[in-house]
Design a protein around this ligand. Structure first.
Ligand code: MSP
Length: 503
């Protein structure tokens, strides 16, 4: 039986204006999911849309249509974008799916009957765009500390979730499971800034609007959108539904990948809900940094927004995927700019990778009419090169297990660099001049082809299209991560993988 791996992105607020920052979580989750599949895991990779709440209700009203019509129309935009980015998700959940709505209602009733949800009165400062409540001490000059927009005072009869009851249990859990909140800095932030000062019970219903999941026993209330949204990770698997086989198979999640601003919900509210439901907690919540432009988060309101499809059309999908995965040390913020994108394309993709593949195939075609086998005429320079090829899989696996994605890519590109250096050291064009060196020349090209093959297979998780193109050009897809001694190559024609971009 395969080991399972359940990975999720947050479910996105449906929007017509997804930017490159939105693609960040999804591209990373996709690379991890593909890598786990390659390792033989039974992967469930889930994404989806978070469709309830006042913000959507207001937008639908502005457009003169019902909220459901509004979301049905706009959800297509997320799916289209993920298709454009070749995201290999297995499940797409919408919070308007019947299976989700029914399970949320059952969860609400269960927690109410258990006494973990109770009725009270809410007074608080609410940020509508973020669907978040803040305390007086958290707001900054009357504005939301996350998005900077104005918060409004709200007073209403409401239901509350007893976060306070589970505070000690949560701290105990976080401290005894150091891998639960990653990176480490986010764990300290959660404990010191949010949990230790004291958890207040969370308001989990609203009466000021209707676009949400109704509280079944008190119909003027709808369930707070974060409570509704967080449960997507289990409702999609059939929890409390007719068929919960996927829930039994995949839960607990192995990884919830989320942006740093929503770590709070995923490491406080969500685990407490699960504790109240007597369910196991996800193994890890990883809070990644943001892609920023000139130091600012990307957003339409800040005026630094561009449709990610524009970049993809201009530079190619794999170039964008590469940049996002490589440029930002995972966990920190990283800067997105067209200049640094072009620099990466030229140095890593066109020069290092593209040239290597093209040069090697051209030499194979020129000197051996494309038919190459291992003549095993080795030299001392071969040893370090071949060792680095054979160590590559373990290195990449080790880095991916720690979610050091940029470093995993760096390891692959380091081998590509060594392959280019190997060409300079072995000077095939000089070997080609002497008949006696023919077998040595074929060995050199064979070694290069093996290094390209292994790198191409490992690049499948990160640059799926390019990986396919390379394997097609070298016309060999033996899936072995180690150097094969008796492989046979019948090369195809080389065509440039990436064009150098002149400014
Ligand atoms: N709907 C909530 C999540 C509910 S999960 C139970 C939400 N949606 S969102 O559409 O606003 O954000 C989705 C993801 O995109 C989040 O992980 C968020 O951090 C990420 N990003 C949005 N802008 C970003 C950047 N500029 N950079 C990197 N990621 C950012 O939050």
């Amino acid at each position: 039986m395969n080991k399972k791996f359940y990975i999720t992105t947050p479910i996105y607020y449906p929007s017509a204006n997804f930017h490159i920052g939105h693609c960040y979580t999804t591209i990373i989750a996709d690379a991890i999911a593909r890598f786990k599949r390659q390792q033989g895991y039974d992967v469930c990779f889930q994404t989806g849309t978070d469709e309830h709440g006042q913000k959507i209700e207001n937008k639908a009203k502005e457009s003169g249509i019902s909220p459901k019509e509004y979301v049905d129309h706009i959800v297509k935009n997320s799916k289209d974008l993920w298709d454009y980015l070749d995201i290999s998700y297995d499940k797409f959940i919408r919070t308007t799916d019947a299976i989700h709505e029914q399970a949320v209602q059952k969860i609400f009733v269960q927690l109410y009957e258990k006494g973990d949800i109770y009725k009270g009165e809410y007074r608080g400062l609410y940020c509508t765009p973020c669907e978040s409540f803040w305390t007086e001490t958290q707001v900054v000059d009357g504005n939301c500390p996350d998005c900077g927009r104005e918060v409004h005072e709200v007073t209403e009869e409401a239901y509350f979730l007893k976060l306070s009851k589970y505070q000690d249990q949560l701290v105990e859990y976080i401290e005894s499971h150091p891998e639960f909140i990653q990176p480490e800095s986010r764990k300290n932030e959660m404990i010191n800034n949010f949990i230790k000062p004291g958890l207040e019970d969370l308001c989990v219903s609203r009466t000021s609007f209707t676009w949400g999941i109704q509280v079944p026993f008190d119909k003027k209330h709808v369930v707070y959108v974060w409570l509704d949204a967080l449960t997507n990770y289990i409702t999609s698997l059939g929890y409390l539904g007719n068929d919960d086989s996927e829930f039994r198979k995949y839960w607990p999640a192995d990884l919830h990948l989320v942006g740093k601003e929503i770590v709070r919900f995923h490491t406080i509210v969500w685990p407490i809900m699960l504790m109240a439901l007597n369910l196991p907690l996800p193994k890890q919540v990883f809070g990644h940094g943001w892609l920023v432009v000139n130091g600012e988060k990307i957003s339409k309101s800040l005026g630094n927004y561009r449709d990610p499809r524009e970049y993809i059309d201009k530079y190619g999908l794999d170039a964008i995927r590469y940049f996002v995965l490589r440029e930002v040390p995972f966990g920190n913020d990283g800067s997105f700019s067209e200049d640094s994108l072009v620099a990466r394309i030229n140095s890593d993709l066109a020069n290092n990778l593209g040239n290597l593949v093209q040069r090697t195939i051209s030499m194979g075609n020129k000197y051996f009419s494309g038919i190459i086998t291992n003549k095993n005429v080795i030299d001392t320079v071969d040893e370090t090169f071949l060792n680095s090829i054979n160590d590559l899989y373990d290195e990449v696996e080790n880095k991916m297990n720690q979610l050091h994605i940029s470093e995993a890519l760096e390891s692959i590109f380091e081998v590509l660099r060594k392959a280019n250096k190997y060409i300079d050291e072995t000077t095939p064009w000089i070997l080609a001049k002497e008949e006696t060196q023919k077998q040595r020349l074929e060995t050199v090209i064979y070694n290069l082809l093996e290094s390209i093959r292994i790198c191409a297979i490992l690049l499948q998780s990160f640059l799926p299209t390019t990986s396919k193109k390379i394997l097609k050009q070298i016309n060999n897809n033996k899936v072995d991560f180690q150097f094969i001694f008796d492989n046979e190559y019948q090369l195809g024609n080389p065509s440039p993988l990436f064009q150098r971009i002149e400014k």
